[in-house]
Design a binder for this molecule. Structure first.
Ligand code: SOE
Length: 401
């Protein structure tokens, strides 16, 4: 059970947080824990109690840089601590299930990075643990942060209000190019044992979640193809940082065991057709998440490289003046925006992580289940698994709901 105590400095109870992993995602999550209580009125005060990493020197340096009070080098110690209420998992996918299940069994709330796990079986075990823990008031959430970009949240709201009518087409791309250079070194993200899959799980998972979130529909079947364009790469000299490029090359090479790119077509519960593309080889595209939804009454379009904008086409307007218009999603009435800057002073990548913490802390305080739940994460995992099977078998795959 949680150990929320009342801090001397605040009338609000403390939510003591432990974070496991402190590389790219750890830095993004730390920023969120630091800034959420400073910009949003939260019912609990997050305390950045302890950060965990295997290397004592590196975790000590990370704690100082990212703002954590203490360090641990074994996640099992973290989970056992009585002065920790919530465990935030920012490690590669191969450790998610073990840490999350142990933390939930120890009565800690859990925030787990995406994709939820490396396999459907692991994700199922995590959902079972989360359901058992929920009965005791312990909460679990998976970190699909892009849901909380204001323009994405607005898109979902407009679809739910019926502004674009019945959804016919879902078009989604997640385009990166950080390994388009064949001499880019291996990193854990290119290792199936650690990462589960490549572009499909790392970034394809986001567009699966986002399109289902925005439309309110679920993917029912898929037909896809995976490809690994560069099968052998230089070994990185000590790439444990989890940064995208890895360290300097050592001269030796090793195999890439995941996909570089994934494409698939899909059907949705509401009858829409979907086209998806996730790649790390889209030269010139750095983090382009492009989503276009066409409905019977209009369309919506979003591109993360212009993340403060949502495009809306209203098909009910007269032809003479109809056209896509750019909504600058920075008005105080737009989702999450009021807490930040005056209109027009846009938000960035890190704000999605802050909004995730805000919604999680509020759910913990209110005793409700934060979304996306582990069950949502499992459903995405099933779609990922179905795309892989489809690529192997060259057959359409149904998704069990
Ligand atoms: C690397 O491809 C990565 O950091 C993903 O792992 C994140 O989920 C995505 O937000 C940005 O790209």
């Amino acid at each position: 059970m949680t150990t929320m105590e009342t801090q001397m400095t605040s009338s609000r109870p403390t939510l003591a947080v432990a974070m496991v992993g402190h590389a790219f995602m750890g830095a993004a999550h730390s920023q969120a824990w630091r800034s959420a209580p400073r910009f949003f009125d939260l019912p609990l005060d997050p305390a950045m109690r302890v950060v965990c990493g295997r290397d004592a020197d590196r975790v000590a340096e990370a704690a100082t840089r990212l703002g954590w009070a203490e360090t641990e080098t074994d996640w099992r110690r973290v989970v056992e601590r009585d002065d920790v209420d919530l465990v935030d998992i920012c490690t590669p996918g191969d450790t998610h299930a073990e840490i999350a299940i142990a933390a939930l069994e120890a009565g800690k709330h859990v925030l787990c990075e995406k994709p939820l796990a490396n396999t459907v079986e692991e994700a199922e075990a995590m959902v079972a643990a989360a359901e058992k823990a929920a009965a005791e008031g312990v909460r679990a959430m998976v970190g699909f942060t892009y849901r909380r970009v204001p323009a994405v949240a607005l898109a979902r709201k407009l679809v739910a209000e019926g502004r674009i009518g019945e959804i016919r087409h879902v078009r989604a791309q997640y385009l990166q190019d950080w390994i388009a250079d064949p001499t880019a070194p291996l990193s854990w993200r290119l290792d199936k044992e650690k990462a589960g899959s490549g572009a499909l799980g790392d970034i394809g998972a986001h567009i699966i979640d986002l399109t289902q979130h925005i439309t309110g529909d679920r993917i029912t079947s898929v037909s896809g193809r995976l490809e690994t364009f560069v099968k052998e790469r230089p070994l990185a000299a000590g790439d444990t940082a989890g940064t995208l490029g890895g360290g300097g090359a050592s001269g030796e090479t090793g195999p890439v065991t995941v996909d570089d790119a994934a494409v698939f077509i899909a059907t949705f519960t509401g009858g829409a057709l979907g086209v998806f593309e996730a790649t790390r080889f889209a030269t010139g595209r750095k983090n382009a998440i492009r989503i276009e939804i066409n409905g019977s009454k209009g369309s919506l379009a979003f591109d993360f490289e212009d993340m403060n904008v949502l495009e809306l086409f209203d098909a009910t307007e007269p032809d003479e003046t109809a056209g896509f218009r750019r909504i600058l999603v920075t008005e105080p009435g737009h989702p999450y925006v009021e807490a930040w800057w005056p209109a027009g002073h846009g938000l960035g990548y890190e704000h999605g992580f802050t909004h995730q913490v805000v919604d999680l802390v509020r759910a913990v305080a209110e005793g409700t289940d934060p979304t996306p739940t582990f069950a949502d994460g499992l459903q995405v995992q099933r779609v990922l698994g179905a795309v892989e099977t489809s690529s192997d078998t060259r057959q359409w795959q149904e998704i069990t709901q």
